[in-house]
Design a protein around this ligand. Structure first.
Ligand code: NAD
Ligand code: UDP
Length: 322
């Protein structure tokens, strides 16, 4: 297939592009490099089946494709909160523009939504039919509501015949996350490997469920087999739930770091608990994550160790403004 990956130079997108090229597909990576980096796709540039198209998804675009993955959007809270209007527009208007391309090219369309559509969930674990507990204002709203509105646009185009699949991704981590990304796993690994204090926000009792990137990509690839798309959203994530404090302690153990923990104020509207119910993904795709948190962190540490070494100049890890 000829596949467009919007946001393909980012963390998840670059892994997806690599897997699709490896599977024999032709890949167009469309990215404005706002949070992504060329070095994420450097090795792919050598493949005749991979093209990088430097472009913002808000701009007009036509490419001869059979499938479109839309991952274009900042994902880390410090990044999306520093550019709220652009985040909202990228998700809403960018998704609409790519759905128009899907209509013209009769392509399948896969949208990278987020567990953030559930907000600070009152139901636990979160099933796809949970409607969420989300705010239209506050620092997370640009992202949460951007994803929700983009989902709505996806379903409008689905009604007019585009085979759409909406995937709600839960916290995903792995190699190629930026050292200055600002998310929990990248901050804690970078801090531990630099010998800096590990920043735990709040008392660290809030939970997340972390999915290794290869597992997520496997789920994405299986969606390509669904010619008709999906009639509703689909959770993809790892149901192994941990507190942030336990994550920090695990990072210390696995890196062998002597860093201390430091507690900072909890960011505004930080969800208290998050864990996916993945029954639907297992039933529809035969999918479940294979990589334990310990194993995935171990693989990530190899990457972060090298990256920290290459960027030997200390740069403060992006911390959220509470
Ligand atoms: P990322 O920031 O590494 O990647 C996003 C990519 O989109 C970057 O390469 C960036 O340059 C590109 N981009 C942003 N705005 C763009 C625009 N207007 N035009 C073209 N390209 C643009 O983040 P990620 O973790 O790889 O996330 C990828 C997608 O998955 C995002 O849509 C994110 O919301 C979603 N998601 C990720 C997670 C996660 O834990 N990683 C969780 C939920 C949802
Ligand atoms: N977090 C933390 N220290 C950090 C970065 C994040 O304690 O250096 C916490 C954050 O408050 C949240 C959890 O870790 O409770 C996950 O944060 P992340 O930014 O990775 O993702 P999200 O909040 O979007 O799930």
């Amino acid at each position: 297939m000829r596949i467009l990956v919007a946001g393909g130079a980012g963390f998840v997108g670059s892994h997806l592009c690599a897997r699709l090229v490896q599977e024999g597909h032709t890949v167009y990576c469309v990215d404005n490099l706002s949070t992504g980096r060329k070095r994420n796709i450097e090795s792919l540039m050598r493949s005749p089946r991979f093209s990088f198209v430097p472009r913002c998804v808000l701009e007009p675009l036509w490419l001869p494709v059979d499938a479109i993955f839309n991952l274009a959007s900042p994902a880390s809270p410090p990044h999306y909160q520093s550019q709220p209007e652009s985040t909202l527009r990228t998700n809403v208007e960018g998704t609409r523009r790519l759905l128009q391309l899907a209509t013209e090219t009769r392509s399948r369309f896969i949208y990278a939504s987020s567990s953030e559509v559930y907000g600070d969930p009152a139901q636990h674990p979160q099933k796809e039919d949970y409607l969420g507990n989300v705010k239209t204002m506050g620092p997370r709203a640009c992202y949460d509501e951007g994803k929700r509105c983009a989902e709505t646009i996806c379903y409008l185009y689905q009604e007019s015949g585009v085979p759409v699949s909406v995937v709600r991704i839960f916290n995903t981590y792995g190699p190629r996350m930026r050292l200055d990304d600002g998310r929990a796993v990248s901050n804690l690994l970078t801090q531990a490997l630099r010998g800096e204090p590990l920043t735990v926000y709040g008392d660290g009792s809030q939970t997340r469920s972390f999915c290794y990137v290869d597992d997520l990509v496997e789920g994405f690839v299986r969606l390509l087999d669904l010619e008709d798309g999906l009639p509703g959203p689909l959770n993809l994530g790892n149901p192994e739930e941990v507190t942030v404090l336990d994550l920090a302690k695990l990072v210390l153990r696995l890196t062998g770091s002597k860093s201390k923990l430091t507690f900072a104020s909890l960011p505004v509207d930080d969800p208290v608990r998050r864990c996916p119910d993945i029954t639907r993904a297992t039933e529809l795709l035969g999918w479940a994550p294979k990589t334990s948190l310990e194993e995935g962190l171990g693989r990530s540490i190899h990457y972060f160790r090298r990256a920290v070494h290459e960027h030997a100049e200390p740069e403060p890890s992006a911390a959220i403004v509470a």
